[in-house]
Design a binder for this molecule. Structure first.
Ligand code: ADP
Ligand code: MG
Length: 340
């Protein structure tokens, strides 16, 4: 009897992976910017048209992709970042699943132009819905430029689920802003439409970067923080207890350069404020946790936004103590205003 189980063709497999990795235009931006960071870029320029569906372009001045690697970059589970699962314990890159480019390619018109410094000409690869349509030499600067057009052209259900241009672009600019906060030493620009809407200098000054992203009024008031416990480090800025928000939107958490969503880190942060912040209000924070990669698992979800810590119980007091320490040593203690 012929079996009823069969292995999906690579196009269908990529589209299914795209369902998880590429939820919306902001997810494409995140994946492309992370690739640029992994390539050691110092300048990353992002251009968006409309809600991101007509055009997303990410240009970097990183390592570039060599002639023998470019066709592999769009193949699923093909990555230059790990060779075996054990490598995750020492992972220093943001990517490792080899899924982003093939997933994006399967639901868009994609063009990658790239040139490593050792080459005199660059190469450009164009795919429509994952099918290669062109592969040619091009003149281009050192680095990589990835252009995504007509996102979700062949997945109407995804396209229909997208929100208005302001909402989708808001999510893109939120994503770029958070990544820029995690990398003050890299110059980012976000252009939409034909106007630079976000720009950081790449000078390595976190307070200055916070100013560019969250506004200079907020940046000026923030309290610097540095904590260390064995091989764990926590650094960044937190708000005085009287600078609070009704949501956690102005809290950004990073672990080893990766933006994460972490209710655990939010809780540890807010525990550090004890009763200084009223219930239901939330401090502003930009916090970077530097810990050995073997202390947490990032392979929880294809978007790699969630992490699982191996020892939350020990991390919570370390974080909340560092927060409390920074608050009480900052002068003047903002919540205790002196009464004349
Ligand atoms: P991953 O990042 O998980 O390895 P991707 O599908 O995002 O998977 O990328 C596949 C490969 O293509 C990467 O491992 C890397 O070698 C190469 N690549 C992608 N984007 C860039 C870039 N901007 N600069 C240099 N190399 C890149
Ligand atoms: Mg990647």
């Amino acid at each position: 009897m012929t079996p009823i189980i069969h292995i999906l063709d690579s196009h269908s497999a990529n589209q299914i992976a795209a369902g998880e990795v590429v939820e919306r235009p902001a997810s494409v931006v995140k994946e492309l910017v992370e690739n640029a960071l992994d390539a050691g870029a110092k300048h990353i320029d992002i251009t968006i048209e409309g809600n991101g569906v007509p055009l997303i372009r990410v240009r970097d001045d990183g390592s570039g992709i060599g002639v023998s690697d470019l066709p592999l970059a769009v193949i699923r589970h093909a990555t230059s970042k790990i060779s075996q699962i054990e490598d995750l314990d020492h992972l220093r890159t943001l990517g490792f699943r080899g899924e982003a480019l093939p997933s994006i390619a399967s639901v868009s018109h994609l063009e990658i132009s790239s040139r490593p410094a050792r080459e005199v000409v660059g190469l450009s690869l164009t795919l429509n819905g994952g099918e290669q349509v062109e592969y040619k030499e091009v003149g281009c600067p050192v680095g990589t430029s990835v252009t995504v057009r007509n996102l979700f052209f062949n997945t109407p259900a995804r396209l229909k689920f997208l929100k208005s241009t302001p909402t989708e672009f808001g999510l893109i600019s939120d994503t770029v802003g958070r990544i820029a906060l995690a990398h003050p030493d890299i110059a980012f620009s976000l252009t939409h439409p034909q106007q630079v809407v976000l720009q950081t200098s790449g000078r390595g000054d976190l307070r200055e970067t916070i100013g560019a992203i969250l506004g200079h009024t907020i940046a000026r008031q923030l309290i610097p923080l540095k904590g260390q416990h064995e091989d764990w480090q926590l650094e960044g800025f937190i708000s005085p207890p009287d600078l609070v928000r009704s949501s956690r939107q102005a809290q950004t958490f990073m672990i080893n350069g990766r933006i994460v969503r972490s209710p655990f880190l939010s809780r540890a942060l807010e525990e550090g404020y004890h009763t200084l912040v009223p219930v239901k209000l939330h401090p502003v924070a930009v916090l970077h946790l530097l810990v050995p990669p073997s202390d947490y698992d990032v392979n929880v979800h294809p978007t790699k936004m969630d992490v699982r810590f191996k020892s939350e119980q020990a991390l919570t007091p370390f974080i909340s103590r560092a927060i409390y320490q920074a608050l009480i040593t900052s002068k003047p203690l903002p919540s205790f205003k002196t009464i004349p």
